[in-house]
Design a protein around this ligand. Structure first.
Ligand SMILES: [Zn+2]
Ligand SMILES: [Zn+2]
Length: 349
């Protein structure tokens, strides 16, 4: 049996310090809990924002990681959903109130009492939560999802954040055959947006700063690829899209992008600029356009997304690294020097 009082992990001791090897305590496996042997953990850009307190005061030491894939090695006495040996994933939250309107609708990410973050949060017992940059995790069975056979754990890990973040809005805005979708930015989120929108049957266009990744974009499923640095792009594509999914955190000229939508089209942000953006309301009024945002997805929809990806035979595009490369990987993520997600092999922690 695994000792849960000294689980190997990689943690940021403070906001200014590099991550380092340490041990953490996980709670004992309760009757509704499962113990997961973590195999892979993706590095999400939000790990870096939080580990460096870019989004405000954080809890240290911090073990980031909310793109988790592993295998169940122990189940509590009342667990019904899983057995030892099952392959599972954990995403951005590990608990919620379970009784509010949104929890009951399977939208736990919108829990009115706030869902419990996988890391940088406090659980209902008052203990800090620690994420996936570690070898083991104890979680209520209701907050894990099954990774289907045929989907390797390493390429599945990033689906738990980048996958669901892009799948959920594409589903919500009814993307399918006949839809014209633009994905802004071809990074960790954007590359999943392209793959998923393509698999849903849409005609997909990438709008990227330059044409540097055009060959990749087309390989991932893009039908068209345009540089946003070229002003002609915005003339050529005016009125073209049903949905524009923006995955970038740069402040975009929203009115210009709204001009690319068809009547009734939606511009959906999943990237989060730090600065407020301004919009001319006439850009929305003319053509009844929608400016929207979207935040991950609930447990049921995350399962649906994993099943969808398995059925279509794809995971994320990844670069597997050892734990001692985490700090270097952070610098490369900031420099957009990753195609398209770093995934930590947790056996090296
Ligand atoms: Zn994330
Ligand atoms: Zn709730």
């Amino acid at each position: 049996m695994t000792s849960l009082s000294a689980v190997p992990a990689y943690a940021a001791p403070t906001a200014k310090a590099p991550l380092e090897r340490t041990t953490i305590a996980r709670r004992e496996v309760g009757e509704h809990d499962v113990l997961i042997d973590i195999k892979y953990a993706g590095i999400c850009h939000s790990d870096i924002h939080q580990a460096r307190e870019g989004w405000g005061e954080a809890i240290f030491p911090m073990v980031p990681g909310h793109e988790i894939a592993g295998v169940i090695s122990e189940v509590g006495s009342a667990v019904t959903k899983y057995e030892v040996g099952d392959r599972v994933g954990v995403g951005c939250f590990v608990d919620s109130c379970r009784e509010c309107e949104y929890c009951l609708k399977g939208q736990e990410q919108n829990c009115v009492k706030g869902s419990t973050g996988t890391y940088n949060d406090t659980d209902k017992h008052g203990a800090p939560t620690y994420g996936g940059y570690s070898t083991h995790l104890v979680i209520d069975e209701g907050y894990a999802v099954r990774i289907p056979e045929g989907l390797a754990l390493d390429v599945a890990a990033p689906l738990l954040c980048a996958g669901i973040t892009t799948y959920s809005p594409l589903r919500h805005w009814n993307v399918g055959p006949g839809s014209k979708v633009a994905v802004v930015g071809l990074g960790g989120l954007g590359h999943m947006g392209v793959k998923i929108a393509h698999a849903m049957g849409a005609e997909v266009t990438v709008l990227s700063q330059s044409l540097r990744k055009q060959a990749d974009g087309e390989r991932l499923g893009a039908d068209h690829y345009y540089a946003t640095s070229d002003p002609e792009t915005f003339e050529k594509l005016a009125g073209s899209f049903d949905v524009i999914l923006s995955t970038v955190s740069a402040v975009l000229p929203i009115d210009t992008y709204l001009g690319l939508l068809k009547v009734n089209g939606a511009f959906v942000n999943v990237g989060a600029p730090e600065e407020p953006v301004s919009v001319n309301m006439f850009s929305l009024i003319a053509g009844r356009k929608t400016l929207a945002g979207s935040n991950i997805g609930g447990i049921a929809e995350t399962q649906e997304m994993l099943d969808f990806c398995a059925e279509h035979g794809f995971g994320a595009e990844i670069e597997v690294i050892d734990a001692d490369q985490i700090n270097e990987a952070y610098e490369r993520v900031i420099a957009s020097d990753v195609r398209y997600r770093f995934v930590i092999d947790t056996a090296t922690i």
